[in-house]
Design a protein around this ligand. Structure first.
Ligand code: GLN
Length: 339
């Protein structure tokens, strides 16, 4: 069968399975590229080449059963990086890039005096965490070199539970890291920052570790519930999370790709009466104690949840609580600072 006929047939097959015509054409192209190892250019230039349709069939059947394209391809782009993704992890979403941006904006600007990397290079000052109070002070640039050389190697520091007290390294935490997309993106963009990530699922952490290795970054992954697996005296400049926020009662409204294939522990707030907000309530009560003064707690929220989560943040004593909309104008990220 020629490539162009194969594409047309595949598109028809996917449309018949309930995938929109616009998506079906694009997805058929991507599946053909994947099945035959073709680049986009080859796909466009070799429309008359003869291909064995049997090689495409298994992929086509999977997609027609509404398995997400991302699980079939095994890859997903997020904030300009490509992540390995399996059914053990939630598929990274473009909305979540806003959460990364909120964290970066905070680290690049409002904490600039605490020595944060800026897009054009490093800021002239660097933070130094006070041994006793944990408060951060700006250091002049010449002092920065000293603080760097004095830094305790992280593995030893971790063993001694002293990470936050050694050389002023900034600490960022991603709770419920899944594929690791948020933590790894932040680690990649903030090379002078110590990034931690937790997840309840060991299978998810395996994928996240693999993604960290792929991108050449060091993230300390810990298995456990929210902040539970972290050293008790470790405090963070930024805590981010994209927790499960869908109420189980909404399951019937989800696309089959989401409901039938993505991990339910990553999607649903299963707490009775939680209505999607349980993880935010827990974060509001547990996370502020683990922030340095001025530190940021930022989360992704579901449609219609932003105001309720902002209220939880204010009730927890966080200040400068703000809601950042996504590209569709939906309140998507709620953030606030510890006094
Ligand atoms: N942090 C991951 C993401 O944003 C996983 C989130 C989750 O599993 N709820 O994609």
């Amino acid at each position: 069968m020629t490539l162009s006929t194969l594409l047309t047939d595949a598109t028809t097959h996917l449309t018949a399975a309930g995938i929109s015509a616009a998506d079906a054409r694009t997805e058929a192209r991507m599946l053909v590229q994947h099945a035959f190892g073709l680049t986009r250019e080859q796909l466009l230039l070799r429309s008359e080449v003869e291909l064995d349709a049997a090689l495409l069939e298994p992929f086509l059947l999977r997609r027609a059963s509404r398995e997400p394209l991302t699980y079939i391809l095994g890859e997903r782009g997020f904030y300009g990086l490509s992540f390995h993704v399996t059914p053990a992890v939630l598929i990274p979403r473009p909305e979540t890039e806003h959460l990364v941006e909120v964290a970066l904006a905070f680290l690049f600007t409002s904490l600039g005096s605490l020595g944060l990397a800026t897009p054009s290079g490093f800021a002239k000052e660097v933070s130094y965490s006070d041994e006793t109070s944990g408060a951060s002070y700006p250091l002049r640039s010449e002092e920065r070199a000293i603080s760097r050389t004095q830094r305790v190697p992280r593995s030893r520091a971790v063993e001694r539970g002293e990470v936050n007290k050694s050389g002023g390294q900034r600490q960022v935490l991603d709770i419920g890291t899944g594929s690791g997309c948020i933590a790894i993106t932040l680690a990649k963009l903030l090379p002078d920052t110590s990034v931690w990530a937790t997840d309840i699922s060991e299978a998810a952490l395996e994928i996240a570790r693999e993604n960290a290795t792929r991108h050449g970054v060091q993230v300390t992954f810990c298995r456990g519930d929210l902040l539970a697996p972290l050293p008790l005296d470790l405090c963070f400049n930024v805590i981010v999370s994209n927790p499960p926020y869908i109420a189980p009662s909404e399951a019937s409204t989800l696309e089959p790709e989401v409901r039938d294939f993505e991990p339910h522990t990553a999607l649903f707030d299963n707490t009775l009466g939680g209505e999607g907000l349980s993880f935010y309530r827990r974060l509001a009560s547990e996370a502020p104690a683990r922030l340095v003064p001025g530190g940021l707690l930022a989360v992704e929220v579901g449609q219609g949840q932003a105001e309720a989560v902002a209220r939880l943040w204010r009730d927890a004593g966080l200040i400068e609580v703000s809601i950042t909309p996504d590209l569709a104008g939906i309140g998507r990220v709620v953030s606030g600072n510890k006094l």
